[in-house]
Design a protein around this ligand. Structure first.
Ligand code: FES
Length: 105
């Protein structure tokens, strides 16, 4: 059986400051939402795979976020932890429509 993606409005694009993460809760899911300097929006699991740092509080540089706890560098596009550390966080598809930001889960 095919599972249909659910589309949930999580923000208004113009109200999102660049490079400042925000935490979005959808049921039991906790997602870190970022507007990058290039205007793209990324949504990733809000929990660092190292020791659970809150990624929405991390520093954004380009498409990467640096975990606020021990500075692991994580790609917000594919969720991969960058070398020399290893790991991965879940990423979520984002859709912008009429100035609204939706997450597909
Ligand atoms: S908890 Fe994220 S780097 Fe340690």
């Amino acid at each position: 059986m095919e599972k249909t993606n659910e589309r949930i409005k999580v923000a208004v694009l113009d109200e999102m400051p660049e490079k400042i993460g925000r935490t979005v809760r959808i049921g039991s899911l906790e997602i870190a939402l970022f507007k990058l300097a290039d205007g793209n929006v990324r949504a990733i699991e809000n929990r660092c795979p190292h020791k659970g740092g809150v990624l929405a509080e991390g520093i954004i540089s380009g498409e990467h976020v640096f975990c606020p706890m021990h500075d692991w560098k994580i790609c917000t596009t594919d969720g991969k932890v960058q070398s020399p550390d290893v790991g991965c966080v879940k990423t979520f598809a984002v859709k912008i429509e009429d100035g609204n930001v939706f997450i597909l889960i």
